[in-house]
Design a protein around this ligand. Structure first.
Ligand code: FAD
Length: 470
């Protein structure tokens, strides 16, 4: 066994939490090593999550536009077809360019990169089974666990990544399935369902709960579900998957109402299991050093991201909070700032959520249901994209901006946007919320014309006065 020099910081996991923490630590002058078992950096997000899904969402959207919208814009062609291997190739190229880019950033910032599976030997020592054989012991004064999450399995459903796939398999199907059944109506299921639906699959989403994406504002969610239904996505809510039979040519799912009742059979060519994600700490040796977790296996930390074991920290999907890449990155920066003796801060109420379908849905802060349940007096400002000139000009006007503001002070409590590019539009709202702005602050800020952002300004006007264009 070889032993590398002592580090100030050792990060286990090279995902958005871990690699960002490692780079930030090095930038703060700390001697840093990052351990990653996958062989490439970027974690779930870059390799099998955010990035490949957005690549396929864009490619499939282009095809859908070509077949559904080009003609009405006066663009005609004789035929259009999907070249799935080429589509997958463009996705793979994007992923490999980005993961290699992080290796470049490690070199630039002098982060030492060890490829292999790390396990705790003691609170300051990690034994690494190297990817290319052998073992390295990495020592550090501070160790950050950034081992992320994995797909949550369903009892009785075995993922083979061919006919019963996780999101990873759904990002690499070799053929367009005729019938795709998605189990779980969270954002991952809806995004992957959209990809294959646009390419021609009949998509049915089966969800145990009464609603899709439970973190969404109910009014926006209703409009969003309608938008997806218009795209021929079918929903079976309050429905539970009892068993999945793969013995025949097609997959047969036995379904039952969540509350119990008569069973029905649903046939599929491919089934996507997307019923959530669970923290990943297998083989890490948490028990050995006594790191505390909650019932769901999440590592418990204080506001400095410190676990109960001195010198051991945890960030990202492996701790409580929204399981999102940008949240993991914020955790990573704040955690190493604390280690470096500075202050760090992450407010989980200010973490935006985005569903990258078409239209997109993006939101930050509280939903109307949350505001009501807190007993806060509030006003609602809404503005539909049907009244937004840019959206009309490009004939892509399905959606709404909804702003919730405190009645007495006009302070913004939550912003919910459904529109093309909502994921980009949301950030003025995130900034406003972060700075404790009032709705009037947004309304009196000059917005360029013609832009979709003007709908945010008009919705802001509507909380305390009247919008101009409706
Ligand atoms: P991860 O990215 O999971 O990284 C952890 C890394 O640690 C992994 O690479 C793993 O190999 C490594 N590791 C684990 N154990 C060890 C060990 N013992 N030794 C060495 N290495 C180890 N989030 C968004 O914000 N936006 C999106 O659009 C989005 N889309 C998604 C789409 C899909 C299909 C999926 C599955 C997820 C998506 N997410 C998205 C969620 C996002 O990927 C995660 O929130 C994010 O990756 C969490 O970052 P992390 O660093 O905590 O963990």
């Amino acid at each position: 066994a070889t032993s590398s020099d002592d580090n100030d910081v050792v990060v286990i996991g090279g995902g958005p939490g871990g690699y960002v923490a490692a780079i930030k630590a090095a930038q703060l002058g700390l001697k840093t090593t990052c351990i990653e078992k996958r062989g490439t950096l970027g974690g779930t997000c870059l390799n099998v999550g955010c990035i490949p899904s957005k690549a396929l969402l864009h490619s499939s959207h282009m095809y859908h536009e070509a077949t559904h919208s080009f003609a009405s814009h006066g663009v005609k062609f004789s035929s259009v077809e999907v070249d799935l291997p080429a589509m997958m190739g463009q996705k793979d190229k994007a992923v490999s360019n980005l993961t290699k880019g992080i290796e470049g950033l490690f070199k630039k910032n002098k982060v030492n990169y060890v490829k292999g599976y790390g396990k705790f030997v003691s609170p300051s020592e990690v034994s690494v089974d190297n990817v290319d054989g052998g073992n390295t012991v990495v020592k550090g004064k501070n160790i950050i666990i950034a081992t992320g999450s994995d797909v949550k399995s369903l009892p009785g459903v075995t993922i083979d990544e061919e006919r019963i796939v996780s999101s990873t398999g759904a990002l690499a199907l070799k053929e367009i399935p005729k019938r795709l059944v998605v189990i779980g109506a969270g954002y991952i299921g809806l995004e992957m369902g959209s990809v294959w639906g646009r390419l021609g699959s009949q998509v049915t989403v089966v969800e145990f709960a009464p609603d899709i994406v439970p973190t969404m504002d109910a009014e926006v969610r209703k409009q969003f579900q309608r938008a997806l239904e218009k795209q021929k996505m079918k929903f079976m809510l309050k429905t539970k998957v009892v068993s999945v039979d793969t013995s025949g040519d097609t997959v047969k799912l036995t379904l039952e109402p969540s509350a119990g009742g008569d069973q029905t059979i649903l046939e599929a060519d491919v089934v996507l299991v997307s019923a959530g994600r669970v923290p990943f700490t297998a083989g890490l040796g948490l028990e050995k050093i006594g790191v505390e977790t909650d019932k769901g296996g999440r590592i418990l930390v204080n506001h400095k991201f410190a676990t109960n074991v001195p010198g051991v920290y945890a960030i990202g999907d492996v701790i409580p909070g929204p399981m999102l890449a940008h949240k993991a990155e914020e955790d990573g920066v704040a955690c190493v700032e604390f280690i470096a003796g500075k202050e760090g801060h992450v407010d989980y109420d200010m973490v935006p959520g985005v569903v990258y379908t078409h239209p997109e849905v993006a939101y930050v802060g509280k939903t109307e249901e949350q505001v009501k349940s807190l007993g806060i007096d509030y006003r609602v400002g809404k503005f539909p994209f049907m009244a937004n000139s840019r959206a009309k000009a490009i004939d892509d006007a399905e959606g709404i901006v909804k702003i919730l503001a405190e009645k007495e002070t006009d302070k913004i409590l939550g912003v919910h946007i459904m529109s093309p590019n909502a994921g980009e539009l949301i950030h003025e709202a995130v900034l406003a919320l972060q700075y404790g702005a009032s709705s009037e602050d947004i309304a009196r800020t000059c917005h360029a014309h013609p832009t979709m952002s003007e709908a945010v300004k008009e919705a802001a006007m509507a909380t305390y006065d009247k919008p101009i264009h409706i």
